[in-house]
Ligand binder design. Sequence first.
Ligand SMILES: C[S@@+](CC[C@H](N)C(=O)[O-])C[C@H]1O[C@@H](n2cnc3c(N)ncnc32)[C@H](O)[C@@H]1O
Length: 258
Amino acid sequence: MTEPVVFLDGRVRLYRGDCFDVMATLSGADHVISDPPYEKEAHRSMRRTQASIRDGVDADLDFSAITEEERLAMAREATRLSRGWVLLFCQAEAVTPWRDALEAAGAKYKRSMIWVKPDSSPQFNGQMPAMGYESMPLAWAGEGHSSWNGGGKRGVYTHCTNNKDRHGGHPTEKPLSLMAELIRDFTQPEQTILDPFMGSGTTGMACVRSGRRFIGVEKDPKYFEIACERIRKACEQGDLFLNPKPAKQTGLFDGAAA
Ligand SMILES: C[S@@+](CC[C@H](N)C(=O)[O-])C[C@H]1O[C@@H](n2cnc3c(N)ncnc32)[C@H](O)[C@@H]1O
């Protein structure tokens, strides 16, 4: 683990290293929102993303699948650190193991939401329906009743994987619009969001753009560099957005002939 890269006077802290080492040094965050590696079968070539197929990457994902030991450790640390929500991504088949792990850690499992992907890969062999969504198990780790900003809204989020905001440097990059909607629904401005598996930093970008604080961790130096660059740019734009220069006001008769 190295010293964090810091932006916006410490509102954003990015650690390159193993998230379990980093989380052991943290005392808390308002929410944990993260996209951990999926299970082994999801990492096989047949489950590659549309983007990796388009870009001709003919290999399994280049980061390891999650182990049961890591799942338990992640659930334990996320529950210890979060003062509110623990929101994770996983394949549909992994909702139950995540639910069991989060409950064993002491969090209150609420339900699993879905991210619908209208442009997901078709089932090329035609032998069964293609997979068109991913799951998002949701648990409350805070005191008292859970609360969010969505009122009676359904936990169904529809966003295309290929869109104009896509960086393309990470094989399982989440859409920025999806992360922005989740951040809006589950967090408040100025709160701190922790993403221990930040990949190319999409959660961090969504946090910065909406005035949230962010702590991110990524162990692969290549993805860490991409995350730093994307979040740095978002900070430059976000700073303008959060502290706009006052517009010069012109009087009604400025420039009028005397
Ligand atoms: C599913 S990807 C996250 C992608 C991310 N949501 C995005 O939009 O780019 C999971 C990431 O976790 C990283 N990772 C895996 N194990 C890790 C660990 N123990 N500590 C930190 N990062 C880890 C992988 O290198 C990978 O980039």
